[in-house]
Design a protein around this ligand. Structure first.
Ligand SMILES: Nc1nc2c(ncn2[C@@H]2O[C@H](COP(=O)(O)OP(=O)(O)O)[C@@H](O)[C@H]2O)c(=O)[nH]1
Ligand SMILES: [Mg+2]
Length: 170
């Protein structure tokens, strides 16, 4: 007999942004390993992967989320030409930087401006990747982060030589 109260489902389209080689594709490959390499849309240079995750909604009820992860294969120039198709009906953005290259965090401001121009405001999670390369880090964990759990907010880049901070406006 069919379940009278099946767990509700929703689809969520999540798009990655960030500079080349920060690890966007690696992150998605790891997260969605079982369904990676699903579909490649050549015309907009995008790889689409899928993964279903069980989460709790704000009321504490179970919710199945069919996450559809869009990953840019190309780089600059993409934003101007293809952003409308890429971000069409997106629910959120995963903005990735590489802790060994501070400019990849600074560049996220431009990426996110492009997102907002295309879609209006969207939920964004900033992810500082390559955490294993601490010795080469140009971006450090913000004070007040949760020990052992990484920063909750975007980490700050190194201080400048004049003692000021290059704080990104994200
Ligand atoms: N050390 C280290 N290397 C990583 C990590 N994530 C990705 N990489 C490497 O960084 C390079 C670029 O990764 P890729 O996923 O292609 O970046 P993308 O251009 O942003 O999609 C590859 O050589 C990856 O193996 C990480 O967390 N740590
Ligand atoms: Mg990639």
């Amino acid at each position: 007999m069919a379940d009278a109260n099946p767990t509700p489902r929703m689809k969520a389209k999540i798009c990655t942004v960030g500079e080349e080689a920060v690890g966007k594709t690696s992150l998605i490959r790891r997260f969605a390993a079982d369904k990676f390499d699903g579909e490649y849309i050549r015309t907009i240079g995008t790889l689409i992967s899928k993964k279903t995750v069980s989460v709790e909604d704000p009321m504490g009820r179970s919710l199945e989320v069919d996450a559809v992860l869009w990953d840019i294969m190309g780089r600059q120039g993409f934003m101007d030409l293809l952003k409308d198709a890429y971000f069409y009906k997106a629910h959120g953005v995963l903005a990735v930087c590489d802790i060994t290259r501070a400019h990849t965090l600074e560049a996220l401001e431009g990426w996110l401006q492009g997102v907002y121009n295309a879609t209006g405001p969207l939920p964004v999670v900033v992810l500082a990747n390559k955490w294993d390369l601490q010795e080469q880090a140009e971006i450090r964990e913000e004070e007040g982060g949760v020990p052992g759990r990484g920063p909750r907010r975007p980490p700050l880049p190194h201080q400048r030589e004049d003692g000021g901070e290059r704080v990104p406006r994200l």
